[in-house]
Write a protein that binds this ligand. Sequence first.
Ligand code: ADP
Ligand code: MG
Ligand code: ZN
Length: 619
Amino acid sequence: MTKQNRSANFSFVFLALIIVICFSWLWQAETRSAQLDYFHVRQLFIQEKVESFTIDSGYNLTMTLREEREDGVKTLRYRLYDFDLFYDDLNDLVAAQSEKGVITSYDYPPPKTTNWLELLLPALLILAAVGVMGYLFLFRAQGGGMGPDRMAKFGTAHTRALSEKDKKVTFDDVAGADEEKEELQEVVEFLKDPQRFLDLGARIPKGVLLVGPPGTGKTLLAKAVAGEAGVGFLSISGSDFVELYVGVGASRVRDLFDQAKKTSPAIVFIDEIDAVGRQRGTGVGGGHDEREQTLNQLLVEMDGFTANEGVVVLAATNRADVLDPALLRPGRFDRQIYVGLPDIKGREDILKVHAKGKPLSEDVDLRKLARGTAGFTGADLENLINEAALLAARKDQRFIAMDDLKQAEIKVIAGPEKRSRVIPQHERELTAYHEAGHAVVMHVLPDHDPVSQISIVPRGQAGGMTISLPEEDRAYLSKRYMEDQIVALLGGRAAEKLCLGDISTGASNDIQRASAIARKMVASYGMSEKIGTVSFDSGHDEVFIGRTMSQGRSYSEAVAAQIDSEVHAVISAAYNRCETILQEQRDKLEAVAKYLLENETMEREAFLAVFDAAESSAK
Ligand code: ADP
Ligand code: MG
Ligand code: ZN
């Protein structure tokens, strides 16, 4: 017998003992009251048969009779179940008889303190027994140990209701996140009036995933959605589930959704969902049963409710890539919103939000402050303002001066709480020229999709990005289209070299992608004249990046060398074209880079305006 089994058996013996004690106790009370009940006791007093009596703190009434009973008994004991009743009923009588000398002495504790504990004791014991049984059941079911400290965490979900202050959070409190707010507006509309959407048969997302680095306002946005719609907000953090025992996390999830349905329309907010939502079956040693059960329960709950229940689940994470793919399927978190670092304008607006109600001296220039804080999150900026206020208060100033803000900025940059990285100016410049290079080349190339947005705000691994959107769907990729793609991908590197005289590793991904396209053109699509219309592809549509070539290729070393040299030729030709374009458009390149350094993001309209302005001033 194992040690654990023995301790479990012991617990069962203990349990049986408790039950036996309970019943015998009840039984005893029964027999005692059969011998003497309250009615009889009362009779004895009324008939003036009691000479003296005492009631002890356990409400045991001991009466001495004036005369011996027929059976020779002179002292009677009775346990009062309701001392208040006795007191209300007989106190006056006892006082009167005592005055008359019928009762010679008596003593009882002050009234009006019912001994409820004693009354409830059997029930409490039984409850405790049931609790122990449940505890043992769980204990055995999982075959592991569970400390008693865990018991306290049992039961309902530790959801947090919003404080009064949080309830008033609206989109106005979230600055510089216009796109995010726009995307969430639909959820707000739905929660405000679910029926309207249901009548139209509109499909509303059940789950929206907010993805972005810490401190960028994901939690704030979720609260603001609830505030805007004026609905309930139930929140729970994925990290609450970590290190719990089997079944507990799952029951909390169940509970959370039950509560949400009761308060519907409502928002369920799951912060740090990656703590539970990590891909299943990747745990080393398979010791993640609890997390998997919790995740499974979450999936079950999300599938279980329908749109007309008026519940929308928002979740936040800074790592969408580690999430179990099952979470991202349709009907679950099928919509993702990226909540990124704010650009200059965004930072200025966030500073304004947090400076509201704080006395700023006249020399304060929030725009200037915003300019110098590239890489700061909303949380960092809030922190900055608070630090500045503290500094000013310490110096007994009545206003926060620009100096305080500058000093606070340094403090936040150096501070231990700063998780994101501050972007140095030279790096911003490099990124600005790099992205401007992509954009200008894309714009000039005849077969490239038009530029839709440029940004030098870091996002994930990328220092910046230039997005182009096709005007129509393409069923086939033409040779010229693919060539133009390669030229545009090289635009970043070429611009760095042209304008800064140096090149960086920031273009390595561009170059990989360009090479992959070139290789596809040569080896898969038969687009090279030298090699001819031959495909060396196995036919599967493999990943673009040239993994295909290394594995089980069906051609000779000589052909491989020929392919390599052709890929090289395609890239060189593209690079030359790219350089020529940038040299010709140098003034536009400079103008776009300058705009980016000033504003960090650039929409299509602004891009076209800057481009055209540079062109006309060159004439
Ligand atoms: P996350 O959940 O993304 O880690 P939070 O929502 O917890 O970030 O943000 C922390 C704090 O930073 C917020 O309470 C808010 O004061 C401030 N903050 C973050 N982003 C913004 C923003 N866009 N506008 C105003 N304040 C912001
Ligand atoms: Mg948060
Ligand atoms: Zn690039």
